[in-house]
Design a binder for this molecule. Sequence first.
Ligand code: NAP
Ligand code: G4F
Length: 329
Amino acid sequence: MPRALITGITGQDGLYLGELLVGRGYEVFGLVRGQSNPKVATVERLVPGVVLLEGDLTDLPSLIGAVEISQPDEVYNLGAISFVGLSWKQAELTGETTGMGVLRVLEALRIAGGNDLSRVRFYQASSSEMFGKVRETPQRETTPFHPRSPYGVAKTFGHYLTVNYRESYGLFACSGMLFNHESPRRGIEFVTRKISRAVARISLGLQDSVSLGNLESRRDWGFAGDYVDAMWRMLQQDTPDDFVVATGETHSIRELLDVAFARVGIEDWSGYVRSDPRFFRPAEVDVLVGDASKAREVLGWKPRVGFHELVEMMVDADLATEAAAADRH
Ligand code: NAP
Ligand code: G4F
């Protein structure tokens, strides 16, 4: 039975990846932080048989302990401060978690393995945010980086460190440069889920409007369930490498609003959306669109869920959740 250790198992991707690995016969270990993490029950429900280990990406001894207990064949480093907006307000914490956290996981593998990194395979959750102020369109594996946020800078550090451990120690280390991926499990701070939830609540009469920032930026949005499959495929190859994972389509926040509101029968949403300076960023990533040809050719990966289907799936899920909650009160 292969053994996998996932950091960030309580997050959106951790839950989908945990499900995928259990379905493929893995014994799954998940790192959970905090004294009493409220998401433990959800992880245990969705990832049957999971073994949860206490630890934190800012605490090297806890990571060494997690590696010693789990003895993993595969490590997926998904843990991070992942909200770009927060990364300006808590830049040091973002650097420590999203950047230095990668170093600590890699060092934990080296220390716990007595310098033998030949058994383990490592996946780093890199990001299209590294492309930032993009130098070419679409972005591919060779596109130069120009990160625009402390989060993007920290991810760039983690990305190069992953490459460096591959080149320095021969570690089977892969970096997935994943473009935005969403789902009904997405945190409510991210724009897709903020909108799907608000649209559901507005249509049920529970909320009057939603306050947003920049509606002009464009993102390449895919479905998280598809993207964790690409992570797993990277670690099953004969040689480690880095891959862009994306749909190849880009849409603005306005288009997202069009599809989400149309799902509840509202064609003109202008009366429901307010502009709030708090949600604009000090530096914006204006447009992202990825070229995932390499992932398609080498990994045999392609996205299954398109933009419209994704947004509608999220609005439908929030409608069901909000209606059930309203019924209970
Ligand atoms: P998410 O839902 O925000 O999950 C982040 C996870 O990191 C949570 O499990 C969180 O634990 C954990 N975490 C935060 N600080 C930690 C710490 N100090 N020690 C240990 N764990 C910590 O993010 P996601 O969407 O699943 O994304 C997974 C990874 O992919 C992240 O690294 C993200 O930056 C990266 N990524 C995401 C996307 C995307 O569009 N979703 C695209 C590219 C890259 P708690 O539950 O305890 O907070
Ligand atoms: O949903 P977002 O917060 O995602 P963002 O910044 O693109 O980052 C996500 O994707 C990255 C991959 O490219 C990941 F690495 C990262 O961890 C995260 O998962 O914002 C998307 C866009 C931005 O341009 C933002 O300015 O939506 C714009 N936006 C406009 N109003 C808003 C809002 N974003 C949020 N979160 N909230 C708003 O009210």
